[in-house]
Write a new protein. Structure first.
Length: 132
């Protein structure tokens, strides 16, 4: 199973501030899109508690390195790096070509439909099994 996943994103005017620079909060949105597509690529539909679980971001760290601009083509990556019984930790990068624009470390907590913590389901836990 591949350890990393990439998702292409084009920057539109709605993603930028008045100067045409990507607004800082939108890097978090780009990372969310990539995580969702990563899960969907593995057949995991976690929204609306379709399988009695969902994920919430319980911790997020982001380091901004360089700006992105309107019209840029970006790549958002997803790399699982650790897990516990009820959480998965993911490293993410936002790049333009090979230039690192932002790095994120995201902790996803698995919850049930009553918003209580629950174990990662097997189909999700396996995504973290080949980490080094």
């Amino acid at each position: 199973m591949p350890l990393s996943f990439s998702f292409a994103i084009k920057v539109y005017i709605e993603d930028t501030d008045a100067g045409g620079i990507v607004y800082h909060a939108n890097y978090i949105k780009f990372a969310e899109r990539a995580r969702t597509e990563w899960l969907h690529a593995h057949g995991i539909r976690h929204y609306l508690f379709q399988e009695d679980y969902s994920f919430v971001v319980s911790h997020l760290e982001i380091a901004y390195k360089k700006p992105a601009f309107m019209g840029d083509l970006l790549i958002a990556t997803v790399e699982p790096i650790n897990k516990t019984a009820a959480t998965g930790i993911i490293k993410q990068s936002i790049l333009k070509d090979t230039i690192l624009l932002a790095e994120l470390t995201v902790t996803l907590a698995c919850i049930n439909s009553q918003f209580k913590p629950r174990r990662l389901p097997p189909e999700v836990a396996v995504l973290f099994d080949n980490i080094s």
